[in-house]
Design a protein around this ligand. Structure first.
Ligand SMILES: Nc1ncnc2c1ncn2[C@@H]1O[C@H](COP(=O)(O)OP(=O)(O)OP(=O)(O)O)[C@@H](O)[C@H]1O
Length: 611
């Protein structure tokens, strides 16, 4: 798009929560949250003023046939340049036509044309920006190339050339303008979505089994809509100004009244009746000014809301998960999770593949906790993501087999994998705060995935959410459901994520360094919780960790990973006390011998009595 149109994305505003309210009285989001944007807008004097002016203009223009004193083209040459009077409040133009009537009717053409341009720009730019930002790949490359091409063209020159080709039809020119303005929406939306896509809470939503469409609707559109609103105002203003400019230059059809054509006529008679310039100029100025002020007020409203809700958006660092732990290579494939010869590769810019996981074997049986340990970069995360089916862009399972309850999942269609993730397999991530969307209440983030993956009503999901928070030992669950992530501690956030993971009664839990981001005391509580859930529900757990203390404390078996390979597997006792592999010995040697060990796990009641 040309320099004439707004190309820079407005600052991304914090999303306004649109989380579904819970119907359970105890779990329901407070009704005060609803419609707060409108209330905030009404509290902002500039917002009220600009919205009022725009509304007035739109209503007046829409009712032009009723409000105009006479037809816009009715002329009486004897009254040319007549001053304002009771019958003609804005006076008469050079052809003796009523200016008020022409302003009202002209507004229909001017604003209608801008609306067409805006509609086309939105229809082309927003969906393609969403798709390119969320999916990337070849569509992103092609769309970016096309957008750069269009943006390199000067809009006014293209419009003048279009006029020469298409004729003096201003509506056709507005369609061309819409195409020229679409890249501004594309770039804005694509940039924001590409950022949001990397957020951990989007990964968490994927793992909880939500479809891409739902994730976009719930987590992405809320972030995009604020900036898009502002862009709408800017593009509408530019479309109105460009259209008026074309008419002013005499490029339009000239047959229908428009504010630009009126400016043109006024300019020709500026010496004789300078007042003629005032009315169309005022109409254009008021419309554009009101649009810009309204957009600002809307943005302020959205930012207020989201700033209050989100408080702190935590680090964007992508989780480096650890993969499922160890299975004896000999174990049979009837295990809950069975991984054989798993290889993961990333496509390189030169067309070659870089293999980062080289033939991993792991088994997790029902009711056991398997630890996957290894130093940073050993391939734990890649293995876990491969099992979950959420490898980042460019990554793929290039070989091997992963079965869950005997079902091969490598090559399974995405829909089927989602169903598995939302049901049989659950995931507990490393950084609890980054995996909760700051814009939604805890209740909303527990309820929505349950509604969609279990197909239950909101009321039922809200009831289950309260039970789940009790299950993970969160005090005052009803109150907690109404809180936003920034209002709870890291330990509570991790409990919430564990509750979310348990919400669909999984059989296999993949926990990625679930305690790394927590302080020592909270770590112990979360590990105790995991152990209790695993015992009570007979879960199979693949625990990715670099902490050998955690392995000793919790795991039944352990797999040690180094440079993309499992170097040793066995029972925890055997691997920790009689390591066979030199790397395992080095890993154990790196642990401080004098470091204090945690007391063995006991049920909560026992802990409180022994404390
Ligand atoms: N997008 C990517 N493209 C290419 N290589 C990658 C990509 N992501 C990870 N890798 C490589 O894969 C290897 C394994 O990384 P992985 O994140 O699985 O390690 P990890 O054992 O989980 O480490 P940490 O404990 O730090 O999370 C690393 O060498 C890393 O460089």
């Amino acid at each position: 798009m040309s320099e004439n149109l707004p190309a820079d994305a407005p600052t991304a505003t914090r999303p306004e929560p649109s989380g579904a309210p819970l119907h359970d009285p105890g779990a329901q989001a407070p009704p005060a949250r609803r419609g707060t944007l409108l209330r905030r807008l009404l509290r902002n004097p500039l917002g009220v003023l600009s919205a009022g002016v725009l509304l007035l203009l739109l209503v007046a223009v829409a009712l032009a046939p009723l409000l105009a004193p006479q037809a816009p083209d009715a002329s009486s040459l004897g009254d040319a340049f007549a001053a304002p009077s009771g019958a003609h409040p804005m006076g008469m133009d050079s052809a003796g036509r009523d200016i008020l009537s022409r302003i009202l009717h002209g507004g229909r053409n001017t604003l209608g044309g801008a609306l067409i341009a805006l509609g086309i720009a939105l229809a082309l730019g927003v969906p393609s920006g969403l798709y390119a930002g969320y999916r990337g790949g070849w569509f992103d490359s092609v769309a970016n190339w096309a957008v750069n091409l269009v943006m390199a063209l000067p809009a006014m020159v293209v419009l003048l050339a279009s006029r020469a080709i298409l004729g003096p039809d201003v509506w056709a020119l507005m369609i061309v303008l819409g195409v020229l303005a679409a890249p501004s929406f594309f770039r804005l939306v694509r940039g924001i979505v590409a950022g949001v896509r990397a957020e951990l809470y989007v990964d968490a939503a994927k793992v909880s089994g939500l479809s891409d469409l739902r994730i976009v609707a719930r987590h992405v559109l809320t972030v995009v809509r604020g900036p898009v609103i502002i862009q709408v105002a800017l593009v509408a203003g530019v479309a109105i100004a460009l259209q008026a400019g074309l008419e002013f230059l005499g490029v339009g059809g000239g047959s229908a009244p428009t504010w630009g054509a009126m400016l043109n006529e006024a300019f020709q008679n500026i010496q004789r009746a300078p007042l003629l310039l005032l009315w169309p100029g005022l109409a254009l100025g008021l419309t554009n000014g009101a649009l810009v002020l309204l957009a600002g007020a809307l943005r302020d409203g959205l930012e207020d809301r989201t700033g209050e809700a989100a408080g702190t958006r935590r680090s964007r660092r992508r989780t480096t998960a650890a993969a499922p732990a160890a299975g004896d290579a000999a174990a049979d494939r009837s295990a809950l999770l069975s991984v054989r010869g798993l290889t993961v590769a990333y496509a390189q810019p030169d067309g070659t593949d870089k293999e980062v996981v080289h033939g991993v074997d792991i088994d997790v049986r029902a009711g056991e906790i398997v630890g996957l340990v290894g130093e940073s970069g050993s391939g734990k995360t890649q293995s876990a993501f491969a099992v979950l089916g959420i490898l980042p862009d460019g990554g793929r399972v290039s070989g091997g087999s992963v079965t869950i309850k005997g079902q091969e999942v490598v090559g399974l269609p995405e829909r089927a994998r989602r169903a598995l993730r939302g049901g049989t397999v659950a995931y507990v991530p490393q950084e609890p705060m980054s995996n909760l969307d700051p814009s939604f209440t805890i209740g909303s983030q527990l309820v929505e995935p349950m509604r969609h993956t279990l197909g239950i009503s909101r009321r039922e999901a809200a009831r289950r959410a309260v039970d789940l928070l009790r299950l993970v030992e969160i005090p005052h669950p009803e109150r907690t459901l109404r809180l936003y992530p920034h209002e709870i501690s890291g330990g509570m956030a991790q409990r919430v994520l564990i509750a979310g993971a348990m919400s669909c009664d999984p059989e296999l839990l993949i926990a990625d360094e679930p305690t790394t981001a927590l302080d020592v005391r909270v770590q112990a509580e979360v590990l105790d919780l995991l152990r209790r859930l695993q015992k009570d529900r007979g879960l199979g757990v693949l625990l990715v960790t670099h902490d050998l203390g955690v392995v000793a404390d919790l795991c039944d078996r352990v797999a040690v990973m180094n440079t993309g390979r499992i170097v040793e597997t066995g029972t925890t006792e055997q691997v920790l006390h009689a390591p066979r592999d030199a790397y395992t010995r080095a890993l154990l040697g790196a642990v401080l011998d004098e470091a204090p060990t945690r007391a063995p796990w006991q049920p909560r009641e026992a802990r409180s009595t022994t404390a």
